[in-house]
Ligand binder design. Structure first.
Ligand code: PMP
Length: 428
């Protein structure tokens, strides 16, 4: 496949957009080459500016669970757009999607919509600090919670790829309130509590990590965090921006049976439009303005297009629970197929998977935290990525990303992908 027009478009973009992209990982910096420019997408496929058709394993970094240009979402958008695109005033639609989300997610009474996952996590932390009247938070190395200052500290995926985990511009004052722990290391978290008695407002965590590849929580890890939070009057925040409405209709809280105090959402909850949300029980959510003292706002928050797309998406996920078992079966099939061809071709690897989140690491050892994720062979990953691109299979352009499986994928697509991996493996 040729990518000539994409290269030309990238050169033009670089003149007027920093690095040619509006979000860093898109730039192919860690794999080399130039990014693919998309013209359109439908179902499981991307169609690029050179006329290539690619099977998509990124799916807009998660939200296209039901495929691109999913008809109920597109129809809802077209109809709503005719009625006005933003009012900055309440609409009945906001209550409708909020009520549906509250009915789907365990352990929440109220939800507030924002415009991105970043905003959701940033607001959740402010709420936790206001509610507990404490300043410090614990985050895990390799977890990404958006690009707000408190979180740009060993932040996984894009931040690792670009080699500047502690971004210039984040002040020392902000950084000192973010305590870092190792994922899956409960003793490490317990020692932070001991050293910072009555100072920790919240632990924020991806309940299944997706920004250092896919990393499942070890048995007892999240339960242990829950207990530490209860013992120390600290809030447990689940960042479900990737896992929410994907691992189960009630997200990781439902799948893993652990209660969070605040849950953050993004991407999926807007059906692909710029939406995020955070949610909790009444006693916490009532701390938010205009009811309570913690300020949080947004001109475009809850705007009708985003809410219409999100509602259509959540309604589909709510009405067909079999979606989640289909996703599980398809991803398990893919996992088995990839393992078989990589083993046949004697490629050292580890595959991690939870539901429809999966990652392939070129390392023989278990990958369970940020340090073990960094051990993967990046040169092999680069060859793997470019090899697959030539075959028409698009995975994320970084070794630290998770693949997101869509229900639009057919078993023929999965077989095509496994064959492509077989071919590419022979040259690794
Ligand atoms: N949290 C997690 C777990 C994420 O994966 C992301 C984005 N990849 C974010 C937060 C930030 O979301 P957004 O890019 O919409 O700001």
């Amino acid at each position: 496949m040729l990518y000539q027009r994409s290269s030309q478009l990238f050169a033009e973009a670089e003149k007027v957009i920093p690095g040619g992209v509006n979000s860093p990982v898109r730039a192919f910096k860690s794999v080399g080459g130039t990014p693919i420019f998309v013209k359109s997408a439908k179902g499981a496929y991307l169609f690029d500016e050179d006329g290539n058709k690619l099977i998509d394993y990124i799916n807009s970094w998660g939200p296209m669970i039901l495929g691109h240009a999913y008809e109920p979402v597109v129809n809802a958008l077209v109809e709503k757009a005719k009625l006005g695109t933003s009012f900055g005033m309440p609409t009945a639609l906001e209550t409708e999607i909020a009520a549906l989300a509250v009915s789907m997610v365990p352990n929440i009474d109220k939800i507030r919509f924002v415009n991105s996952g970043t905003e959701a996590c940033m607001s959740a932390i402010r709420l936790a600090r206001g509610y507990t009247k404490r300043d410090k938070i614990i985050k895990f190395a390799g977890c990404y919670h958006g690009h707000s200052d408190s979180f740009l500290i060993q932040a996984g995926s894009g931040a690792i790829t670009f080699g500047s985990p502690n971004s210039p511009g984040v002040t020392a004052g902000t950084a000192k309130d973010t305590l870092l722990a190792n994922y899956n290391d409960l003793a490490n978290v317990a020692s932070l509590f001991e050293a910072n008695k009555d100072e920790i407002a919240a632990i924020i965590i991806e309940p299944v990590a997706g920004n250092m590849g896919c990393i499942p929580p070890k048995e007892g890890f999240l339960e242990g965090l829950r207990q530490l939070c209860d013992d120390n009057n600290t809030l447990l925040i689940f960042d479900e921006v990737m896992t929410g409405f994907r691992l189960a209709s009630g997200g990781a809280q439902e799948l893993l049976g652990i209660k969070a105090d605040i849950a953050c959402f993004g991407k999926v909850i807007g059906g692909g439009l710029p939406v995020g949300a955070f949610a909790a029980r009444n006693e916490i959510m009532n701390y938010l303005a205009p009811l309570g003292p913690v300020y949080q706002a947004g001109t475009l928050s809850g705007n009708p297009l985003a809410m219409a797309a999100g509602l259509a998406m959540l309604q589909s996920l709510h009405s067909d629970k079999a979606i989640f078992s289909r996703l599980e079966e398809k991803t398990a099939y893919l996992e088995k197929g990839i393992a078989k061809v990589l083993n046949n071709n004697k490629i050292i690897h580890t595959i991690n998977r939870v539901g429809s989140m999966i990652s392939v690491h070129f390392d023989a050892n278990p990958v369970f935290d940020f340090n073990s994720a960094k051990n993967g062979d990046n040169d092999t990953f680069k060859k793997f990525f470019h090899g697959l691109l030539k075959e028409g299979v698009y995975i994320a352009p970084s070794a630290y990303e998770t693949w997101f499986i869509t229900d639009a994928l057919t078993y023929e697509d999965l077989d095509f992908t496994i064959n492509a991996i077989d071919k590419v493996s022979k040259d690794l």
